[in-house]
Design a protein around this ligand. Structure first.
Ligand code: UD1
Length: 420
């Protein structure tokens, strides 16, 4: 099993491009199932979750071709309706394939995604919305059997919580349903707008994607199209946190600053100077960061839960105490025990983490517990004195396109150990 080794303490400097968004590319690849024509998806990051999505498409009978950052999905095949259990287990967000498979086939069989490293991830909102759209769902022995024999019907749906995954699944199922679907209290994340833009370019009629009310007029069928994935705002924040904790100065290219407002204000509050010019951003960190009295993760446009771990890692070396409250997932703090191996002083209780900033961290052996928690260890390792070795890096590879190569470009002393 490969690991990441970091000799910490080097100030980061230099320029990098930001990869395409993981949380956008997965639903878009799922959406290609609905299209009766070739779909060319550009700016796909080279991450294992994309590999898994391609495997799912192939297991459904779709021919896929990958050339660098472009994935082409052939629209001539008629996809099957069952996702193999092993692939469902590899990537819990594979539940987003559900809406697309039912939309195309009128039925789907998937294994229930169950719990995961961030705590329980229920899909009741997805299922009750699909039921409203005429889908009969039965659960047996851990499998979900979904049928819409009479076709999927548009419906008026009000989400009890603006769930990203449920909003995506409803949009996918509704794109080729009969009639109008309206989603009230929809998730407003930029990745929802990206999915709507992709589907609209294939002939869908979706209005209001990215706002709290989305209108989907079902169309007869979708055609092939070409689409470019939006930049990954969480990857951007990760590299910014890596630079900030080392007192560095970096330029990141290919971002959408308007998607990052809540995160940018946290970096500014911590003492970083940030300048934006179009799709480029320069961050210059002070010698010592300031703590931030209160950060709360919230739905977009609030501070994203996915950026919490790297910001917490960054603030481990700030001056003073930070209180972080995690309001989206129940158990997102497992990586904090690993951060403590590097000397971090953090106390957690329920959804609250209190970070007591210290002057220096020290390198240690640790393990990634999940994707963003792994990125937090990389962030801390870059600023720790001595050597940090991070295991279980398959979690990190799920979402970061060559994190080691990217940080090397920024002058970090970081390498893979025993690379497979
Ligand atoms: C979440 C994040 C998203 C992030 C993604 C990947 C939010 C709101 N969502 O999306 O930004 O990119 O993880 O890490 O920040 N829930 C239910 N029933 C459901 C669906 C969700 O109770 O049917 C609850 C979940 O338990 C959780 C919350 O709603 O507490 C957020 O869920 P949701 O937005 O659906 O999660 P993801 O789509 O995974």
């Amino acid at each position: 099993m490969s690991e990441i080794i970091i000799n910490g303490g080097k100030r980061l400097s230099g320029e990098i491009n930001i990869q395409g968004a993981k949380n956008s590319v997965l639903p878009v690849l799922a959406g290609t199932i609905l299209c009766k024509g070739n779909c060319v998806v550009n700016n796909c990051p080279d991450i294992s979750d994309v590999e898994t999505s391609v495997k799912i498409l192939e297991s459904l009978g779709c021919k896929c071709h990958r050339d660098k950052n472009t994935v082409t999905v052939c629209g001539e095949c008629v996809p099957h309706y069952e996702i193999p259990e092993a692939l469902m287990r590899e990537m819990r967000s594979s539940v987003v394939f559900l809406g697309a498979i039912i939309g195309r086939n009128g039925r789907a069989v998937i294994s229930s995604p169950g719990g995961c490293e961030l705590g329980p991830r229920p899909i009741d909102l997805h299922l009750s919305a699909l039921a409203k759209m005429g889908v009969t769902i039965t659960e047996e022995h851990g499998f979900l059997y979904c049928n819409a024999e009479g076709g999927i019907k548009g419906a008026e749906i009000s989400l009890g919580f603006p769930s990203v995954g449920a909003t995506e699944n409803i949009i996918l199922a509704a794109a080729t349903a009969k009639g109008l679907t309206v989603i009230h209290n929809a998730a407003r994340e930029p990745e929802i707008s990206d999915l709507a833009d992709f589907l609209n370019s294939a002939g869908a009629r979706i209005y209001g994607g990215g706002s709290d009310t989305v209108y989907i007029h079902g169309v007869e069928e979708l055609r092939g199209t070409e689409h470019s994935i939006i930049p990954d705002r969480i990857a951007a924040a990760t590299y910014m946190a890596c630079a900030a904790i080392t007192g560095g100065e970096i330029k990141i290219r290919n971002i959408m600053p308007s998607h990052m407002v809540a995160m940018l204000s946290v970096f500014r509050e911590s003492g970083c100077n940030i300048e934006i010019s179009g799709k480029n951003l320069t961050l210059k960190a002070p010698d010592r960061l300031f703590s931030i009295p209160q950060i709360r993760s919230q739905v977009y446009p609030g501070f994203p839960t996915d950026a919490g771990p790297v910001i917490i890692a960054m603030l481990c070396k700030a001056e003073g105490n930070t209180v972080f409250s995690e309001n989206i997932f129940e158990s997102r703090f497992r990586y904090i025990d690993e951060l403590k191996r590097l000397g971090a002083k953090i106390k957690t209780e329920g959804k609250i983490a209190v970070i007591d900033g210290i002057a220096s961290l020290s390198g240690a052996g640790c393990k990634a517990t999940d994707l963003r928690g792994g990125a937090a260890l990389v962030t801390a390792g870059l600023a720790a004195n001595g050597t940090t070795v991070i295991g279980e890096i398959q979690h990190i590879k799920r979402g970061y396109d060559d994190i080691v190569g990217t940080l090397k470009k920024l002058n970090a002393d970081i390498n893979y150990l025993n690379e497979e």
